[in-house]
Design a protein around this ligand. Structure first.
Ligand SMILES: Cc1ncc(C[n+]2csc(CCOP(=O)(O)OP(=O)(O)O)c2C)c(N)n1
Ligand SMILES: [Mg+2]
Length: 321
């Protein structure tokens, strides 16, 4: 892929994630989708930049704000939308919903509602891969809030000590629910904190998909070379509230507006247009293709079956072969 094609793919992926979630908001208002809904809008450069740099053999561990991660990892949109609808054709048979997306085939190990809960899973996956001699990197995504959890410290230490192939990808959007980073942490430089555990860590502009891609490429190269885990602090921002149940009263309007000014989508489409790599027609075609992908996913979810009541107790315990 040429450099221009790579950048267009980054843009396409970001728009795809944004439009998917915008549709989810509408479906939520229409009560087609229920339960918790944590939007990723504003943070798309991280998913697109990071997950474009790993291969099919690598693993991904995510959070409850994971629609973008799942899409960028390659989960078919129809499987994701059906899961949002709670249908049997969903990626988790409709039993998980928004926070519990899972795709073993693509080594996408969830969706996790527990803050920092993914870190021990990632370290375990990386340990298993290393012991089996598989050349795989585990990308572990989590928020700034995870840095306040004990698991964060235990996992960074063990991964560094055992030089495990983990890329710790901290999406620092500056808030853990309604709590600003500086109200929760005396030391707010998370990359610096991570470095103190003996792994290579650096901050990245998380509103710039190209910069995220470049940082990830370097990190993954170093991990594959056997140099141990890396930590990227991806400085980003969520444009929407924590979840659809949050009135968002703890953030300054001016602060939100300032970050919206760094929106990664117009930023990249503007750069591509300036470079003559994309025109208005291309952008329209790209949007139209995404719109029809979403329409198809919604139509499939609408007509998909719910799990039969007879299956209620299935998949609770392992079944005998
Ligand atoms: C162990 C644990 N404690 C508390 C919660 C409640 N909770 C849900 S989301 C959240 C904030 C996490 O913030 P962050 O890690 O920064 O992720 P973000 O929502 O910003 O993406 C909290 C405290 C939880 N889910 N798990
Ligand atoms: Mg956060």
């Amino acid at each position: 892929m040429s450099a221009a094609d790579t950048r267009i793919e980054l843009l396409r992926q970001m728009i795809r994630i944004r439009r998917f979630e915008e549709r989810c908001v509408r479906l939520y208002s229409a009560e087609k989708i229920r339960g918790f809904l944590h939007l990723y809008i504003g943070e798309e450069a991280v998913a697109a930049g990071l997950l474009g740099q790993i291969g099919p053999g690598d693993a991904v561990v995510s959070t409850y704000r994971e629609h973008g991660h799942a899409l960028a990892r390659g989960m078919p949109m129809a499987a994701l939308m059906a899961e949002m609808y709670g249908r049997a054709t969903g990626c988790s048979r409709g039993r998980g919903g928004s926070m519990h997306l899972f795709d073993a085939e693509r080594r996408f190990y969830g969706g996790n509602a527990i803050v920092a809960g993914g870190l021990p899973i990632a370290v375990g996956l990386a340990l298993a891969d290393a012991q089996a001699g598989r050349d795989a990197v585990t990308v572990c995504l989590f928020g700034d809030g995870a840095a306040a959890e004990g698991e964060f410290h235990e996992c960074l230490n063990l991964a560094a000590l055992w030089r495990l192939p983990v890329l710790f990808a901290c999406e620092n959007n500056r808030y853990a629910m309604g709590t600003a980073l500086a109200r929760e942490h005396a030391a707010t430089d998370l990359a610096l904190r991570a470095a103190s555990y003996g792994l290579v860590a650096w901050p990245v502009d998380g509103m710039d998909a190209v910069a995220v891609g470049e940082a990830t490429r370097r990190a993954v190269e170093s991990i594959r070379a056997g140099s141990g885990p890396c930590f990227l602090e991806l400085r980003t921002y969520r444009f929407r509230a924590h979840s659809l149940y949050d009135a968002d009263r703890y953030r300054d309007k001016a602060e939100i507006a300032e970050w919206k000014g760094r929106d990664p989508i117009p930023r990249l489409s503007g750069a591509l247009k300036d470079a003559g790599e994309l025109n208005e027609e291309d952008l329209k075609a790209l949007e139209a293709a995404i719109e029809s992908e979403i329409d198809d996913a919604v139509a499939a979810a609408e007509s998909a079956p719910e799990e039969p009541v007879a299956d209620l107790t299935r998949h609770v315990y392992a079944e005998r072969p």
